[in-house]
Design a protein around this ligand. Sequence first.
Ligand SMILES: NC(=O)c1ccc[n+]([C@@H]2O[C@H](COP(=O)([O-])OP(=O)(O)OC[C@H]3O[C@@H](n4cnc5c(N)ncnc54)[C@H](OP(=O)(O)O)[C@@H]3O)[C@@H](O)[C@H]2O)c1
Length: 183
Amino acid sequence: MKVAVVGRGNVGGGLADLWERAGHEMTRIGREGGDVSDAEAVVVAVPGGAIAEALDKVQGIEGKTVIDATNLLGVDPPAGFSSNAEFVKSKTNGPTAKSFNINFAALYDRLDEAGSRPSNLWSGDEEARQVVEQLNRDAGYEPVYAGSLENAAAQENFLKLVFGINQGGMGPFLYRIAPPDQL
Ligand SMILES: NC(=O)c1ccc[n+]([C@@H]2O[C@H](COP(=O)([O-])OP(=O)(O)OC[C@H]3O[C@@H](n4cnc5c(N)ncnc54)[C@H](OP(=O)(O)O)[C@@H]3O)[C@@H](O)[C@H]2O)c1
């Protein structure tokens, strides 16, 4: 599949590496923006508060299947939207999903060490299911459907529970000290 990542840092770059190994053709776009006309799927992995600015610099995204991986660390979604994922859909009018926002990028290289395939939530449009589930499996996750795009806000807020669990003792040590935005 031709996949574009908007944001090529820990998440966008890390997932792109995993998908490249699985045979996908990747385009990596940073803050300068770029063209995703060729892509069959677009993954957005920029700082949550930069989503509007980031999408403004991307051409050819209208109607595309988009997976939003952003989190809202200390920021709100754009005015009038309850989640970043719903904001994305308002800009693209294509199949949209929320996924990859509640797994730590620091563990991407260790997914195959797990005793069983780690789960990864996704919520969103039925029309995005095939792409989202394939990209989850090709990264090394077992996709778990968590409902329609209306549930994206709950999935974005779920991060607070993940940090709570992490600070309680599970997951990479780094994030037990403080959430990444406070490090
Ligand atoms: N780190 C994790 O474990 C993790 C897990 C799940 C979800 N998330 C979420 O995923 C998103 C990305 O996190 P990350 O850790 O990958 O961040 P990161 O390593 O800092 O990478 C951020 C990427 O976004 C781009 N960017 C920064 N500001 C931008 C702007 N104003 N407009 C357009 N692009 C911009 C950067 O561009 P340049 O390449 O040009 O610098 C970079 O490619 C965040 O929303 C985060 O909360 C993170």
